[in-house]
Design a protein. Structure first.
Length: 646
């Protein structure tokens, strides 16, 4: 029969396992309570998300448990029990669960910002340790979660030490276990069953495939579906997927099929160059102009903050005022959900490829687009950012691809830096204006791009600015909007203003209001405002995305050029449908329908679009199949070009 020492050892391991599950569930409960307003209006059972959450938590707990379980149980079969073995097991559990609980705590603010669980994209931040640390510790909203992690680890260590002492006391008090074949056989059977059970827990399910995140999806509510996914599981799964050979490329459809369909969608005919499958010559149909261009790429500016678009009230009065006096686009979408996506799509008409940073590479990628074409037209190109020039490889990428000057944190006085992302928006605009004034004296046209940052955590609002609202999420929008207004007021006093085309849009959106879809629209629905000489004010109600900015602007300038991008001149060739991506999703939409594919979970979502742009879940149809075909072909063609260049 089983002996007390052996049973005490098993009880020790079981207690640790249950304690870990309880702490992970507690963090899930915190996420549910803190972010519960993200839950839609459906009638899905909320408890199911927690049940599935324990299922996924158990997978991680079994990964952590398998080595100590195998060592302690097999040594127990031989009657070997040592105090130092339990201490070593404690150290093992503390080290691993400190990381697991860190992921659980960090997942809450991460999910609040990106509406997705932690995944391998966070490793893109690891190259900027100082900036990342400054962002995390500089944003006061993150402090409760840092504190929660510290408290959970301290509590785990304290309970673990007490439990170890109790168990060891029972082992010491238990009578000595004489070795016998029968006793060893019973213990070996139990140990084998426990180890097998732990390995089965790691696999997570019966069937051909082990557990995947798609198992967490059980209803139409995207928040509840993701609530059950353990953050550590999601992080490790996405990392392993990245490392797998078969997942290093997107395989939505065969390359030849995708390229052929993409060319047809863009109206391209004739011979195809395999290295530039979308290459074409665009002939202008207006007189060539060379006004200056100032482009403002606003950080995280969703259309949901503008009353002219989605907002019930105006948090951006400057932009709302400009919207009524400019060429303004109502159904315009960002290519992705990160700044590097906004830059490559807007300036080079290259779409986002889900989580990839298209500005990085062993060799800095080369792109043709607005900066390179304007440079060929005699423009002097300037780029202004708030943070370090090396961030996301921006300095190398921009200088490689058409920019003559790049201004970044290294150019600004140290006393003007307010957080890990450098200087605030008002200083960026003031500094840029002085440089622009100097360059304008040459008489040559200039193209200045200003990338703001203040609408990205950690939020820093200067003492001199007094917002009207009380929510930090809207206060920072008010401040960012005010900075643009002050910049434009100062620019109007300059001699170059009347001969300058202004373009204002966002690099991407952010979560605003309800999470009405698997990928909430507010992440990608952004403003686009164009005004200046030769631009007729009005509302453009057609579809468009950032890849269309370059050809549309060049059309306004009347410039003929060679083009390899995915965009089209919206004023000459309106779009019938658009596509964009997030880190894990591909979206295709037109005026009446929206298709979303979660690549990581291999799940499809279908929505009807009403006249106000609101989404309603529905079932698949031939219409959605056409949208899927369009979106997949475009993204796969982008993948093909990305691979060809690599």
């Amino acid at each position: 029969m089983l002996k007390r020492k052996f049973l005490a050892t098993i009880a020790y391991l079981l207690g640790v396992h249950l304690l870990a599950l309880a702490l992970m569930t507690a963090f899930r409960l915190v996420q549910y309570l803190v972010l519960g307003d993200m839950i839609g209006d459906g009638d899905a059972c909320h408890l199911t998300a927690f049940v599935k959450g324990v299922w996924f938590d158990n997978v991680i707990a079994c990964y952590v448990m398998v080595v100590p379980l195998a060592v302690l149980s097999l040594l127990g079969v031989l009657g070997i029990y040592r105090r130092w073995l339990l201490r070593a097991a404690n150290i093992w559990f503390i080290l691993f669960y400190a990381l697991v609980l860190m992921a659980s705590a960090g997942n809450i603010p991460y999910f609040a910002y990106f509406f997705k669980n932690l995944d391998s994209s966070i490793f893109g931040w690891m190259g900027y340790a100082g900036t990342t640390a400054g962002m995390v510790f500089g944003e006061t909203a993150y402090l409760p979660y840092i504190l929660a992690w510290v408290v959970s680890v301290v509590l785990f260590v304290w309970l673990l030490r007490r439990w170890r002492r109790i168990v060891w006391h029972r082992i010491e008090e238990a009578p000595r276990e004489p070795l016998s074949w029968l006793g060893c056989a019973w213990k070996l059977i139990v140990a084998a069953l426990l180890i097998f059970g732990c390995l089965f827990g790691i696999r997570g399910r019966r069937g051909y495939n082990p557990i995947k995140i798609s198992q967490a999806y059980y209803c139409d509510d995207p928040f509840l579906n993701q609530l059950g996914i353990n953050p550590t599981f999601n992080l490790l799964t996405s990392l392993l997927d990245d490392l797998r050979e078969e997942n290093r490329e997107l395989h939505l459809m065969p390359y030849a099929e995708a390229v052929g369909k993409s060319r047809a969608y863009l109206g391209l005919t004739g011979a195809v160059d395999s290295t530039a499958v979308l290459h074409r010559h665009i002939e202008a149909d207006t007189t060539e102009q060379h006004p200056n261009i100032v482009m403002i790429l606003m950080e995280s500016m969703s259309a949901g903050f503008m009353q002219s678009l989605d907002a019930t009230e105006s948090f951006a009065p400057v932009l709302d005022s400009l919207y009524q006096q400019s060429l303004a686009f109502t159904r315009f979408y960002s290519a992705g959900i990160h700044t590097n996506h906004g830059i490559t799509a807007t300036l080079y008409s290259y779409p986002a490829l889900m989580f990839r940073n298209l500005m990085k590479g062993t060799v800095t990628p080369r792109r043709s687009g607005l900066p390179t074409i304007l440079k060929g037209e005699g423009y002097h190109n300037l780029f202004f950012m708030t943070h370090e020039a090396q961030y996301d490889n921006m300095n190398a990428f921009l200088r490689t691809n058409g920019y003559d000057e790049v201004y970044a944190q290294e150019n600004y006085p140290k006393e003007e830096r307010v957080n890990a992302f450098g200087v605030p928006d008002h200083y960026l605009f003031t500094y840029a204006l002085s440089v622009i004034n100097e360059r304008a004296q040459s008489g040559n046209p200039f193209f200045a791009t200003l990338l703001t940052i203040s609408n990205h955590p950690p939020y820093i609002i200067p003492d001199w600015f007094h917002p009207r609202t009380s929510d930090p999420e809207t206060q920072i929008v008010e401040y960012a909007d005010r900075c643009i207004g002050d910049f434009l007021s100062a620019a109007r006093q300059q001699p170059w203003y009347d001969n300058t085309l202004f373009v204002i849009l966002a690099d991407h959106g952010k979560l605003v209001g309800k999470t009405e879809a698997e990928l909430p629209q507010s992440y990608n629905h952004i403003p686009l405002i164009i005004f200046g000489p030769g631009v007729e004010p009005g509302i453009y109600d057609g579809l468009g995305t950032q890849v269309d900015v370059t050809p549309t602007l060049l059309g306004l300038l009347g410039v003929s050029y060679d083009f390899d991008g995915f965009g089209q001149d919206l004023l000459r060739t309106p779009r019938e449908q658009v596509f964009y991506t997030s880190d894990t999703q591909v979206v295709g939409r037109d005026s009446s329908a929206c298709f979303i594919y979660n690549h990581q979970a291999d799940k499809y979502f279908y929505y009807n679009v009403d006249a106000r742009g609101a989404l309603t879940p529905t079932q698949s149809s031939s219409h959605f199949e056409a949208l899927k075909d369009y979106a997949f072909s475009m993204v796969q063609t982008a993948e093909y070009l990305y691979r060809r260049q690599k």
